[in-house]
Ligand binder design. Structure first.
Ligand code: CUA
Length: 355
């Protein structure tokens, strides 16, 4: 006898339009989910040893969970059949013990042991304190990242902002600090995140395994512009990084096409100094030595402005200097909308020329 209690009566009446809608939304969901599996900011497209461990654990959990889910659904379908034979009390107790107690205990203990076993790969400080490692100090600020490259004695070799350059195939010790509120330093493609907390230094070891350009983010709500506090990560051969650290920044000078080497400093620098930008920003090789805002040495090399907020173009930079709070709410930098357009343009041109 056919039983339509489960198949017929409760089935919703669906028009072809509804069916198409649900197919389309399923396809959209799938494409969004799959597209987030790759790219410059995906923990599932690992480019670092710690991110690989995280991705492996994720896939083991997904596949294991999927197999168990299929088993449970299969059992449910089996139990809903009317023709099955009745089970005795002893048999039912066995099902409850093995299915409800023994199985979850074994599976969860297995997964926990596996995750604990993977942990040294995700948090390498289990294996040592990181003596002799390259050190990069990163400070979370509202709403940007101060990045300092240190030598083995802890002396600052070079300061930068919103951009981390790290070697490929070499473990790096990140010393994480915060100057105002709690931030969280996270490069999904390279490894797990760690909080940056005012008044203390957290250490995180990461190793990039693939050269490339990646995106890091702040992973702890830290204020209005929390979501506008990203940074770029360049993973490169160690020799290239050492050359970048050792090279003196080229002084920006006024363009003089075809003529002899220009000697005058760029007009943008004079405006930058005259309008007080140097009170907050530093540029190596100039009088600008402010330490409140991001260091702007080699600003022209950075792909973004405002900590990953906008592409580094002339128009965007002029907009940012004119009214930074319209791009990043509650940013600390005052607006310079009172400056004439040609002065804004000259400052932007000068900054973008810093290599
Ligand atoms: Cu810094 Cu969120």
């Amino acid at each position: 006898m056919h039983d339509d209690r489960l198949t017929g009566v409760c089935r919703p009446i669906r028009s072809p339009v509804t069916r198409w809608k649900s197919r389309l939304s399923a396809a959209a969901f799938l494409s969004v989910s799959l597209s987030s599996c790759s790219g410059v900011q995906s923990a599932l497209d690992p480019a670092g040893s710690e991110a690989s461990a995280v991705a492996t654990l994720f896939w083991v959990m997904v596949v294991g969970g999927g197999v168990i889910w299929l088993g449970v659904i299969g059992l449910m379908i089996y139990a809903s059949r009317k023709s099955r034979s009745l089970m005795g009390e002893a048999g039912a107790s066995k099902v409850i013990f093995f299915g409800g107690v023994a199985f979850p205990v074994v599976v969860l203990a297995g997964l926990l042991s596996y995750a604990v076993w993977l942990m040294p790969a995700m948090r390498p400080w289990f294996g040592g304190e990181g003596e002799g490692l390259r050190r990069i100090e990163v400070t979370g600020e509202q709403f940007w990242w101060r990045v300092r490259y240190l030598d083995t004695s802890g002396k600052v070799i070079r300061e930068s902002a919103n951009e981390v350059r790290m070697p490929v195939g070499e473990r790096v010790l990140f010393r994480l600090k915060a100057s105002d509120v709690i931030h969280s330093f996270w490069i999904p493609s390279i490894g797990g995140k760690m909080d940056a907390i005012p008044g203390r230094i957290n250490e995180l070891q990461l190793m990039a395994t693939k050269p490339g350009s990646y995106r890091g983010v702040c992973a702890e709500f830290c204020g209005t512009s929390h979501a506008l506090m990203a940074f770029t990560v360049q993973a490169m051969p160690a020799s290239e990084l050492d050359a970048w650290l050792a090279a003196a920044p080229a002084p920006a000078v006024s363009p003089n096409p075809g003529g002899p080497a220009p000697a005058d400093p760029a007009p943008g620098l004079a405006l930058f100094l005259r309008h007080g930008c140097a009170a907050c920003h530093a540029i190596d090789g100039t009088e600008a030595e402010g330490r409140i805002g991001p260091d702007l040495t080699r600003f022209g090399q950075r792909p973004t402005i405002g900590a990953g907020t906008l592409p580094n173009t002339h128009e965007n930079l002029v907009r940012f200097i004119r009214a930074p709070d319209q791009i990043k709410p509650n940013v600390r930098m005052p607006a310079y909308g009172m400056l004439p357009e040609d002065e804004l343009a000259a400052i932007a041109e000068y900054l973008r020329g810093l290599e």
